[in-house]
Design a protein around this ligand. Structure first.
Ligand SMILES: Nc1ncnc2c1ncn2[C@@H]1O[C@H](COP(=O)(O)OP(=O)(O)OP(=O)(O)O)[C@@H](O)[C@H]1O
Ligand SMILES: [Mg+2]
Length: 391
């Protein structure tokens, strides 16, 4: 290949059968994925699952033990970081403190001997909406502004792929939300491929076209955020992307388009098309905001009347009530002894009428239920602390 050929590579990013081992530890395990050109892709997963290692291999800072990394038809495997049309923005911005904002951004083009480095820097600063701060030093900027300079410094190199490794980790929640919108705008404007690494599921869902959930060096599920939230394919994903109420059950039969499941003596249904198993053990799942709390014992009549909307029900006891503004979260004990979480939107100004110890009846539309394999896969925190992670 001619020198500089790697940097001209254009097209989809393709990771093919990539494994990365450190000694006898496998950090990334036979990873295969395609990130379409121009898309916003989020890699989501718990600490240590291999996200940074994956990015470092794409950037050329690590070489895969096995497998290939391509952009379009150009095989990048083995090439040096600076030969690749790839730039990375890390959590720590690492700006040069003695240089102005403009000179920080112009640094890359200048080093490559580009004549109009300053103009390119100004263009990049416009894109991140910081032209007015061009002559400041990094220490005279807020965290969010420094972060935007770091993005400008990467964009000025006109990479084909921009890698973002927890770039918003150091920002407070409000600024973080603002920067999420900002980064999404920039990505849409420049049309580059963005790969954004985060362990914040909300961040991944709000920003990305496609989210890949990684666990133990492998991708457990990948797809558009709404689709993944609606139908998680494993217990891990069910609890890593949003929360789920899960109940260990056994499939006892069929009823039309549903499988019938016994969960500790309660009979519930799962649409066959939403159930990963066809017989035997299953983990029944329902999202907290899909469950409705009925208050009174004349529930039987109420359920009968609304049989179409609320086909399944289960008796429970209130354990905890937390008001979180847009919603109230209830923790309830279900017959199996497990704790489920229920969100009710605060549509009325009525005071909360339930308290710990009160009996309630949980109702839901069985069309929203899902079933995943009860294969002993580790399930991250089924019950979050009250008030955390509201959907
Ligand atoms: N150079 C290395 N030598 C040995 N082990 C490593 C090395 N780099 C990473 N690892 C291990 O590989 C695993 C994956 O690390 P990685 O940095 O990719 O995780 P991550 O998903 O980015 O986590 P976090 O969210 O905490 O940043 C971890 O268990 C880590 O300890
Ligand atoms: Mg990391």
């Amino acid at each position: 290949m001619a020198k500089g050929g790697f940097r001209e590579a254009k097209g989809d990013l393709r990771i093919e059968d990539v494994t990365k081992s450190f000694g006898d530890f496998t950090a990334v395990d036979d990873l295969t994925l395609v990130v379409p050109r121009g898309s916003f892709f989020a890699l989501l997963g718990p600490s240590g699952c291999g996200k940074t290692t994956t990015l470092r291999m794409v950037a050329g800072l690590e070489q895969p033990t096995r497998g290939r990394i391509l952009i379009g038809d150009t095989d990048l495997t083995g090439s040096r970081p600076y030969e690749r049309p790839v730039n990375t923005v890390f959590q720590s911005y690492a700006l040069f403190p003695h240089l102005t904002v403009r000179d920080n951004v112009a640094f890359g083009p200048k080093r490559r001997g580009e004549k109009d480095a300053q103009r390119l820097a100004d263009e990049a600063l416009n894109l991140v909406q910081l032209p007015h701060l061009a002559s400041r030093k990094p220490t005279q900027l807020s965290g969010g502004q420094q972060q935007r300079v770091a993005v400008a410094r990467a964009l000025v190199n006109r990479p084909e792929v921009l890698l973002l490794d927890e770039p918003l980790g150091a920002l407070d929640l409000k600024l973080r939300r603002q920067m999420q919108v900002e980064l999404k705008r920039i990505q849409t404007e420049v049309g580059l491929t963005f790969i954004h690494v985060t362990h914040d599921q909300e961040e991944a869902m709000t920003m990305a076209d496609t989210v890949a959930v990684m666990n133990l060096g492998r991708i457990e599920q990948m797809g558009p955020p709404a689709q993944m939230y609606d139908l998680p394919s494993t217990a891990f994903v069910a609890n890593f992307v949003g929360q789920s109420n899960l109940g260990q059950g056994r499939i006892t039969g069929r009823d039309g388009d549903f499988v019938v499941v016994d969960v500790n003596g309660s009979t519930v249904k799962i649409p066959s098309a939403r159930c990963a198993v066809t017989s035997g053990e299953v983990l029944f799942g329902i999202r907290p905001e899909k469950v409705h709390l009925a208050r009174s014992s004349d529930i039987d009549a109420a359920i009968r009347d609304r049989k179409v909307a609320f086909g399944d029900d289960m008796r429970a006891t209130v354990l905890d009530v937390s008001f979180i503004g847009v919603a109230t979260q209830y923790l309830v004990r279900v017959p199996s002894g497990a704790t489920w979480s229920v969100y009710e939107q605060n549509l009325d100004v009525d005071p909360i009428d339930l308290k710990p110890g009160d009996p309630v009846w949980l109702e839901w539309d069985p069309a929203h239920a899902f079933g995943v394999a009860a294969d002993g896969t580790p399930i991250p925190g089924i019950t979050p602390a009250p008030g955390q992670d509201a959907p």
